[in-house]
Design a protein around this ligand. Structure first.
Ligand SMILES: Nc1ncnc2c1ncn2[C@@H]1O[C@H](COP(=O)(O)OP(=O)(O)OP(=O)(O)O)[C@@H](O)[C@H]1O
Ligand SMILES: [Mg+2]
Length: 304
């Protein structure tokens, strides 16, 4: 999977517990060791990146190791930050009387299902679009697949939503009214979403790595993810098949389990032949700390 190091943005996705955080962390660590300036972003509410590196990640970027920066996005916090921002913008535009009503509306919008996802998406977009000069590589350790894929579809959904809103707004405005700040801000947002979408579609710079284990449900989830990514024009950088039982260990139970895995490994070979694939063996214990992470880095990306 050495080719992944040529990208500027990598997403690691997959079903719960398959090894997304482990692979994202190992890749980010190795890229930084090879002299890149790397940002590892955790968007998963469980935030196991702090665990694996055995040091705390914050809500703001901070250098964990030379060249390796970490950040854990807290969707709830981002949603609240977004509310404050919008309130402030509104306060600059309207009278106190209208303001009180507007504040109520904004609070309501913030409590809506999906508000945290929107805030999370805005924060991720900011990292992809505005901060790309600062890092050679941004690695996203994501929450289980469905959630992340919805995020990637958001520019499309939001663009049509913003378009509809600006149309309504235009119709509402009197002919002779001056420039409308609300309309202007909607249009800015639409333009920005288009930039994010264009960025995500750049196959040379952005890739989605799908992590799975040789079992039925992760295979089906991977197949679904590949379809959805293709529909959103996001490039699949490869598949990491994790927790493959190594050969040469005794025991009837173990042998049977390996045989079962082999059935799924054959299926993976056949169904996902179009994508680069890499197998990672099951380790004896959980992967924890820099030394063990380095071992995974070598398996993922080869020796430097
Ligand atoms: N190849 C491996 N051998 C042994 N243990 C592994 C291996 N890969 C991952 N693990 C362990 O499995 C557990 C889950 O891995 P990880 O946290 O990377 O998965 P995840 O996909 O990020 O999970 P979640 O969906 O909960 O975020 C961890 O305890 C990790 O140390
Ligand atoms: Mg994780």
């Amino acid at each position: 999977m050495r080719h992944l190091l040529d990208r500027q943005v990598l997403f690691f996705g997959g079903k719960g517990g398959v090894g997304k955080t482990t692979c994202a962390s190992a890749t980010a660590l190795e890229a930084s060791r090879r002299g890149k300036r790397v940002l590892l972003v955790s968007t998963d509410p469980a935030h196991s990146t702090s665990d694996i590196f055995e040091r705390p990640f914050g809500r703001e970027e901070q250098e964990l190791l030379p060249g390796l920066f970490g950040l854990e996005i807290d969707a709830g916090h981002e949603a609240r930050r977004w509310v404050e921002q919008v309130k402030q913008q509104v306060a600059e535009l309207f009278s106190p009387a209208i303001l009180k009503e507007a504040a109520k509306q904004i609070e309501l919008a913030a409590a809506m299902p999906g508000a945290e996802e929107v805030a999370l998406f805005e924060r991720m977009s900011e990292l992809i679009v505005d901060r790309d000069e600062e890092y050679d590589l941004v690695v996203f350790d994501t929450a289980p697949t469905g959630h992340t894929l919805r995020l990637l579809q958001m520019p499309e959904l939001m663009t049509s939503w913003v378009r509809a809103l600006s149309k309504t707004r235009k119709a509402m405005l009197a002919q002779d009214a001056g420039p409308d700040p609300v309309l202007a801000s909607l249009e800015r947002r639409r333009d920005r979403l288009q930039i994010v979408r264009a960025r995500l579609m750049r196959a040379k710079a952005v890739a989605f790595v799908l992590v799975l284990i040789p079992e039925r449900l992760p295979i089906e989830e991977t197949a679904r993810a590949i379809e959805m990514l293709a529909a959103s024009d996001v490039h699949v950088g490869g598949l990491v098949v994790n927790r493959v039982l190594p050969a040469g260990t005794d025991g009837a139970f173990y042998a049977a389990r390996r045989k079962q895995q082999q059935v799924y490994l054959d299926e993976i070979e056949e169904r996902f032949a179009a994508f680069p694939r890499l197998l990672i063996p099951q380790a004896e214990a959980d992967i924890h700390g820099i030394a063990q992470l380095e071992a995974v880095s070598r398996q993922l990306l080869g020796a430097a």
